[in-house]
Design a protein. Sequence first.
Lengths: 284, 794
Amino acid sequence: MYPRQFEYVAAGSIEEAVGVLAANPGAKVMSGGMSLIPMMKLRLLSPETVVDIGRVSGLDAIEDKGDYISVGALVRHGAVATSAVIGEHATALGQAASWTGDPQVRNRGTLCGALAHADLAADTPAAALALGMTMVAQGPNGTREIAASDFFVDSLMSALSPDEILVEARIPKRGGGSAYDKLGRRGGHSDYAVAGVASWVAMSDGVVTDCAIGITGVGTKPTLAVGAMEALRGQGPDGIAAAADRALEGITVLEDLYGSEAYKAHLAKVYTRRSLEQAVAAAS
Amino acid sequence: MTITMSQVGGIVRRKEDPALIQGRGVYVDDIKLNGELTVAFVRSPFARARIRSVDTSAALAIPGVRAVYTIDDVRSLGPLLAQIPIGKLRPLLADGVVNHVGEAVAMVVAQDRYQAEDAAEAVLVEYDQLPASVGLKFSATDEVKIHDDLESNILHTWVSHDWWPGVFELEDYRPAIAAAKERDDVVIVSQEMVNQRLIPVAIEPRAVLADWSHGYDRVTLYTSSQIPHAVSGAIAKTFGLPVNAVHVIAPEVGGGFGCKLNVYPDEILVCFASHQLEAPVRWTETRREAGYSTIHGRGWIGTATITGTKDGEILGYELDAMADMGAYSQNLTVAIPVLGLYAASGQYNIPVEWTVKCVTTNTQTTDAYRGAGRPEAAYYLERAIDMYAAEIGMHPGDVRKKNYFKKEDFPATTPIGLTMDSGDYITTLDKLLIDADYAGLKEMQAQARSEGRYIGVGLSSYVEVCGFGPSILAEFGFGWDGYGLPTSFSGSGLVRINPDGSATVFIGTGPSGQGHETTWAQIVSDRLGIGMERIRVAHGDTSDAPYGIGTFGSRSAAVDGTATYEAAEKVRSKAADLVAHMLEASAEDIRFADGGAHVVGAPGHTVTWAEIAEVAYKPHKGPEGIEAGLEAHAMFSPGNATWPFGSNIAVVEVDVETGNVDILRYVAMDDCGNVINPMIVDGQLHGGIAQGIGQALFEEAVYDPDGNLLSTSLVDYPLPTATDLPMFELDRTVTLTDVNPLGVKGIGEAGTVGSAQTIVNAVVDALAPLGVKHIDMPLRPKKVWQAIQDAQEA
């Protein structure tokens, strides 16, 4: 639990932080530190430089921008979990944030930090996928937008370049209803997801006109369940079970201490169904 | 001045809590000495390997590094001492071979821990990997024999009717049980079950700080330990010193659960390094290291068999088990199953035959973990009885009652020859069944099943064995003879009235969360009428505490508490003489209360404790010829263990689609005799039950077949938290013991002994309609789900 030696830079601005990243290959950004610090203490990761953006002002707001909700880089899980605007327009994200870690982690860890960390069993990436969120990355050449569906590249690997920082996550306000449900490692909603599924649906006249489903914990990365999404579009609520059966298309299931391949595959379908049922109820 | 009077039996807020909950308690890592050096260990990545070479040159070149030690430096100190030298004793550092992942191979000492860790990475060790023996069944085959100098991986076999030859002449029940099995009217239920290996996770990891004083030929060791006196003995014996040259201090101890009831190589090694380097030397375990450097617990596999009539009379209970000892034997390793044997028959008057093979494997050593053998014993017995009740279609409470020892049977002799002091098992169970509304729960269960919900009601009973005695039982290996301190189970207490009338109580046992400072103050306040604020309880420092064997086996209150009570009685007797002189009354008429003493029937005729103390310390003011001062020491040697007992009910709901278990209610009815502080007793039960639920649902130390420990962090070793647990519903009965004058029995481990099987019984009860008969712990959702799938296929 003792990291190797590293340089610590407390950045005064995002521009400064990006500059440090560009000048120091292998440098890492820290916001809440809830993932980076444990990895460094276990010596699983030993960056030569850590750039702390925790003191940069103006990054801790959740703002309703009309057609989307903006979540700044330093917004904590706890703030996401208790935000009224997120609760109303992005229920799945609020639920995922509320079941992330414990109160201490939720009070320090940030949504953007967790998304950038891209843990294969984290909760909020599933919601980011289902809600069609957009990631705003800032690098030496300015900012660019990355769709959530392109953001989670592999286990612990996002689409960010080494010199980019995730400065904002945007949640489009596209109506409908959403929900996140999971089985945690200690059962119920406790701990990392053995399987977690976020769903968003738009309904019209009892028919699903559009939907998105993000699955976490089961495969090598948080993934959109494109097969299930395709199966559900144009269906009513009675199409949910059949759609959930296609939850695993495109996902390679990984066995771990908490589940065999068969079990986790089963759970992915169960929680796809459950989260869809809740999302449909919310949208109806 | 506020005077808070305590009566034994009253709820008193814990004196220690303001410091502990404000982060102002002092633990080993909070103590700083000038010129400290810090240790990091080089640990084996292999479960079994020959060490070809250790190259420390690169490590020694790192700035700040003062020394790197290997076995060559410390071999002359011998191996780590143990009470029962069966199996391979642990070398202080790996000696030519390593036998488990994480075994310490070299010790780096540097100016700070960061340098030390960097240097540990720079020590180059060349290994020749050897095949490892992991898993009880495999290891017991001796296909890979671990230690060249031992005949077999099976170190010893405990057999219940012959567990201590020459001391106990016991009936061999095998012929009777075999005959019973031939009868036409019997049912035989038999099930292999795993009682999985656990990692004791104290919030404060182990920590040591040694300061060898060459000027005074004395070493001081600060250590997070349940047994400071025993540690002083082990260090003295290892270094060839008298025990008075070893000063051990256990300050606040942040949880122990048995894992700090041991002497560890690091405790010896920091003393050695401090001697060599003439500087204080510290090591604090990291959470990840704890899985490698602190003992594990449990780790059994066994087949439990009940032979009984169709109307619920148990004719024989057999357990054929293996227990995982790990790679090396430490303090009590091979003796732990014997502690299970103590409780093998539970609350039942039934024939018992136990065989437990102690098997060495290439894993971390096992030893005492909260309950130490008794949770295993209760688990096998109570799971088997539930299966038997289900098989014959009888109420699980009725089966138990039919086979219990009855109130009039006490003192009762167990099948292994021990005497149980007192019990009233039926009363306690009946009260539980009413409190929990068992009949109503079964109705709710039936209703839920008709709605497709799976609710289960689990019941189990337990006995505990606390405050061991009589003295001769220690000859089995439970004294600290192995640490050079030939002692038995006695406890001690010293009560000193200071010249200002305050009291200091020195005890031979110390808290690791149990609230000794409050409980002992209550005992003394109750006897002497001194306010709680004026009593300080001192513990854990071998230079001022009277000799004590330590805190374990739920023994502190029953044994050292009794000694303190007796010491307080001696003080009271002498103080009565002083007060009689002061108030010109008869000593028999003096009563102590409200911060002083008065003459019975004349409450206005009083003196304060400050006035009594002045007379005690100025003998010219006292009765002619009386010895100055006012203090007394007492040792108490229990004539028997105490045998608390109880029954528990759990109500669970299983999501059969996912295997998730939700605990709806947990109701415990415990009987620990007299209760000194109900709030502390309830707190012990809360923690104990949580730990039992942890074993039932969450925790497991997982080794892969190559001997890699896969659960070294709390990410992979899930512990129960408050959010995972229901509100516990606690109630109690009081059955007194005559083993000690306080009538107290012990409660530290009861919750753990009683709970794991209660949960498993409930889950199996929930899933009975699906054909599930048993699921091995931990009942993680994946296993519950798999069991349902398997039962459906069968």
